[in-house]
Design a binder for this molecule. Structure first.
Ligand SMILES: Nc1ncnc2c1ncn2[C@@H]1O[C@H](COP(=O)(O)OP(=O)(O)OP(=O)(O)O)[C@@H](O)[C@H]1O
Ligand SMILES: [Mg+2]
Length: 337
């Protein structure tokens, strides 16, 4: 990725008791771009987002393993200060969570917590951040009215203003427009497109059209696995892997039927290629095989050589710290005579 990495996730596993919620996720999120996390309900989108500002810590029974770096700092390190970390991120949740106080007090809430008192500074901040959140013109004459009286769409923009007022570097949105009417949703979307010049934005959405409108990069999760991550254009319009293809075209997500499995560990690449060729010869065109390999370098070599022979990679998945799964479908390729 050309742009600088802002959030880097390395081998992140999240478990709830025996249940695996996220399986070995590794992912780099670029600075000052919009990254959308998509996938069906329950696949772990919210969990992944919450891992970025350690909101999972608040939930009992959740175990987090692995690392998340923000600006190169390991946020799960025991010495990391959580308040400082959270200040760097503004979070918009699915339903706006305004505080039961005036519009004005909502916007400057974070600033006051951090010690700001000067009325001129606070007044200035209220105007500036309400404008940044696209709400100023609608509320400028009733800044001291209760925030709870605002429409849901206005409340969400107020939450955005409150988040922006503490000058975060990152905006996290968990389906932030899903409870809003279309017009309010559009106002929030417009803001995101403008705000990405200044902020890194990570947006969970299950609306593919929203991902198309907004995202520079897309991450597709399915049942706790990261299936695909790349430029939005590629993941949404021309995905590499079968599950993503099914999902973006609105089909049921298929588990490829596996006819054969081979485990290639501690092998040099020519031996590995030889074994794969032999195994493929036993398959019919259209059938799929699982290849388990034990290092990242061979994953690259093997997928390249399979694709060069015309076969299709249906899935590529990291299983744990060392092992990878490659699911390949035999095509006519060079075997056709
Ligand atoms: N605190 C928790 N305790 C137990 N299970 C949890 C907890 N949080 C999440 N889960 C489980 O983890 C899985 C992923 O949940 P998550 O909320 O991350 O999914 P999601 O992709 O955001 O779904 P949705 O699109 O419905 O919001 C689900 O099976 C959910 O039931
Ligand atoms: Mg969710």
């Amino acid at each position: 990725m050309s742009s600088k990495t802002h959030i880097s996730v390395k081998n992140l596993n999240v478990n709830y008791g025996e249940q695996k919620i996220l399986n070995n996720i590794s992912l780099d999120i670029p600075d000052k771009k919009i990254t959308a996390i998509i996938g069906p309900s329950g696949c772990g989108k919210t969990t992944l987002l919450k891992s970025f500002n350690r909101l999972l810590d608040l939930q009992e029974g959740i175990r987090v393993e692995g690392q998340v770096f923000v600006d190169g700092e390991d946020i799960y390190h025991p010495k990391t200060e959580i308040t400082h970390l959270r200040k760097r991120m503004g979070l918009l949740s699915q339903r706006p969570q305004v505080l039961p106080m005036s519009i004005y007090d909502n916007v400057v809430y974070g600033l006051r917590v951090h010690g700001a008192k000067d009325k001129k500074i606070l007044d200035g901040a209220v105007e500036r951040y309400l404008k940044e959140a696209n709400l100023w013109s609608e509320v400028k004459d009733r800044l001291h009215a209760s925030a709870v009286k605002l429409s849901i769409g206005q409340q969400q923009r107020l939450c955005l203003a409150r988040g922006l007022a503490v000058e975060p570097e990152i905006i996290l949105g968990d389906e932030p427009t899903s409870a809003l009417d279309p017009l309010s949703a559009e106002l929030i979307e417009q803001r995101f497109l403008e705000l990405k010049d200044k902020y890194t934005i990570v947006l969970v959405t299950h609306i593919l059209r929203q991902a198309k409108r907004l995202a520079d990069y897309v991450v597709f999760l399915y049942l706790g696995d990261l299936i695909e991550h790349g430029p939005a254009e590629q993941v949404l319009n021309n995905p590499k892997y079968l599950k993503t293809q099914n999902y973006v075209s609105g089909k049921f997500i298929e588990e490829p039927a596996i006819e054969k499995e081979i485990v290639l560990k501690k092998l040099n690449s020519s031996e590995a290629q030889k074994q794969i060729k032999q195994a493929l010869e036993k398959l019919k065109v259209g059938q799929a095989m699982r290849v388990v390999v034990d290092d990242e370098k061979s994953v690259r070599q093997i997928t390249q050589f399979l694709e060069a022979d015309g076969h299709k990679i249906l899935e590529l998945k990291r299983l744990n710290l060392v092992d990878w799964d490659i699911i390949v479908q035999k095509s006519e390729g060079i075997y056709a005579i």
